[in-house]
Design a protein around this ligand. Sequence first.
Ligand code: ASP
Ligand code: CA
Ligand code: ZN
Ligand code: CA
Length: 293
Amino acid sequence: TDSTRGNSRTLDANNTSSVPGSAITDNNNTWGEATDSSRQRAAIDAHYGMQLTWDFYRDVLGRNSIDGNGAALINNVHVNRNYNNAYWDGSQMSYGDGDGRTFSPLASIDVAGHENTHGLTERTAGLIYRNESGGLNEAMSDIMGTAIEWYASQRNPNVQFDWKVGEDIYTPGVEGDALRYMDDPTRDNYSIDHYSNYPRQTEVHGSSGIANNAFYLFVNGGTNRTSGLTVTGGVGMEKGAKIFYRALAFYMTPNTTFAQASQATLQAATDLYGANSPEVQKLKEAWTAVGVN
Ligand code: ASP
Ligand code: CA
Ligand code: ZN
Ligand code: CA
């Protein structure tokens, strides 16, 4: 239980689906020691991911937890047995341990940031989890999860920032792969990176690639694989995260479409940096590159 972050806490579901789970104890309240039980590791990872999320929301987004009012973030680990998933259920997070082949325990920083941000989206825009709004909901989680990994990498030299999602927990026996790739969403042979392909892939974890790639192009610069259009340079993660958060919290609504999301982010960028700013110009180029106008 983290008294410096609204009593957010991490609990043990004891390999059942029953949440919230039970308290996890430690003989000296110093967590992550080599001598601590290996069963604590997933809990410490989930808790660290929650702490970084809390601090990123506070320091970068200027927001007090998911509801803006300091709501405790509740994490459950060891959910089910060999469970290959992690999710937000409307009030708390659940993390499986994975089967050791497809996944190791699913509590990496980017995944924790992703799951916590489902809570943020629910408490703000309320993007409905199907159709275009569902793809945007998923993209906001990948975007903020990756921004939180970036934030962590600025503070902890052991954290490696990248544009992959879930690289530290996906297929532990395979080097270099990931669950999703924001710099080239099509690399997973499932996601799409351009709105012209939306009718072919409407599942939310695949259509998210459209907005994931727009965010990548905006923040980092790069080329969209499908259109071949290039955004030169990028505005950097901090500005990108602030703009997309402002769009989520102030302009998006439950049924927002990709085209409306583009307008929402442009309005947010205009609020923060001005209508004639390079930020607004680059953001237009990024959305155009992924086929959204
Ligand atoms: N990975 C989960 C799913 O398959 C939940 C999530 O997207 O957060 O739906
Ligand atoms: Ca200890
Ligand atoms: Zn998700
Ligand atoms: Ca990552």
